[in-house]
Design a protein around this ligand. Structure first.
Ligand code: SF4
Length: 337
């Protein structure tokens, strides 16, 4: 499932089949929802058997499913190499957003994030990423995909971009890249590649507008300071319906003061972006608390008055640990089930 048509052509040729079989396989996997070679009835029985003897389709059903009181559903999917990742389905009116993971755990080690606490267990392959999208219930209802689950998407750049290439390609779902958002803490080389090579929306995990403070909570700041991230973004033209947003999780008494609001305004001045304020969900062992709603509202109003479009993001799925920053699949493997 993680192969492009060109890669499938090499495979079928090696197996002694006509090249057009590659396109048939691709259509079955990505458009007709086939989970086994046996379902691919326009391919001869003999060839289907040869495929099954040498390959698997890459589809797996979830190991676990938890549903929140607000309708959010968290899935635990097995990976091809025996690990597990979480994926969150968020229905909202006529929209349905899927929050997809890109790695098992994460190397970035943001202090306030439960995934960061899990450490890094490995990159997901293209098929692992696509399986999260194809194998949720009601995949046909999805309107948006956000790479905001476990992991730093730009740290698994090739697999994430290949998965997006299939989803947006004619052989896949032919989705507009404007229905996909990739989030990042800001990784120097791959941020520039992403801006150049992709048309998807971008969400930057800002959280702290000052270098020293951001460095205390987000070690990635030492590799690429937020000022450099913003400078890189300024060089790019955001006027073609490609959306740039800044994610800002609010911590009581740390980054929710008027002084911090002023720093955010200073940092983002003139950049065409929106700010999403996110409530912090407490993570075991982390001495941080969430900002009261009145202060979040005051912060939003300050930014809005200073010309920055700002919203307070509704928190979803907190009762099943599916909300922002709570995903964690440590010690979960496919053998748990
Ligand atoms: S917030 Fe994102 S980048 Fe930071 S540790 Fe968590 S998953 Fe990784």
């Amino acid at each position: 499932m993680g192969k492009t048509v060109a890669e499938l052509q090499t495979i079928v040729t090696e197996l002694g089949m006509p090249r057009f079989t590659a396109r048939q396989i691709s259509q079955w996997l990505h458009q007709k929802g086939a989970t086994t070679f046996d379902e691919m009835t326009n391919i001869s029985k003999n060839h289907r058997q040869r495929l099954a003897d040498n390959y698997t389709c890459g589809r797996s059903t979830y190991i676990e499913r938890q549903e929140s009181a607000d309708g959010t559903v968290k899935y635990l999917f097995p990976t091809i190499d025996g690990k597990a990742v979480e994926t969150v389905y968020i229905p909202e009116g006529d929209r349905a957003t899927l929050c997809v993971s890109s790695q098992v755990g994460c190397k970035m080690n943001c202090m306030f994030c439960h995934t960061g606490k899990q450490g890094f267990q490995g990159n997901l392959g293209v098929a692992d990423i696509l399986n999260q999208i194809y194998s949720v219930e009601h995949a046909e209802r999805l309107t948006n995909i956000v790479f905001m689950g476990q992991g730093e998407p730009l740290d698994n750049y090739d697999a994430v971009m290949a998965a997006i290439g299939i989803i947006t390609g004619e052989e896949g779902w032919a989705w507009s890249p404007r229905r996909i958002t990739v989030s990042t803490v800001g990784l120097r080389r791959n941020l520039e590649r992403f801006l150049r090579d992709s048309e998807c929306h971008l969400a930057v995990s800002l959280h702290f507008p000052i270098h020293e403070l951001r460095g205390q909570y987000m070690p990635a700041e030492r590799q690429m300071p937020i000022a450099d991230v913003i400078e890189t973004l300024r060089r790019y033209d955001w006027s073609h319906q490609r959306r740039l947003s800044m994610e800002y999780t609010m911590f009581d008494g740390i980054n929710d003061t008027t002084l911090m609001a002023k720093e955010v305004v200073k940092l983002l001045r003139g950049l065409d972006c929106r700010v999403n304020l996110i409530r912090y969900h407490s993570v075991p062992g982390v001495p941080l608390a969430d900002t009261p709603l009145e202060r979040m509202t005051a912060f939003r109003d300050y930014l809005t008055r200073h010309g920055i479009f700002t919203t307070i993001r509704t928190s979803r799925g907190q009762d099943i640990d599916a909300a922002c920053g709570l995903l964690n699949s440590k010690s979960r493997t496919t053998t748990d089930s």
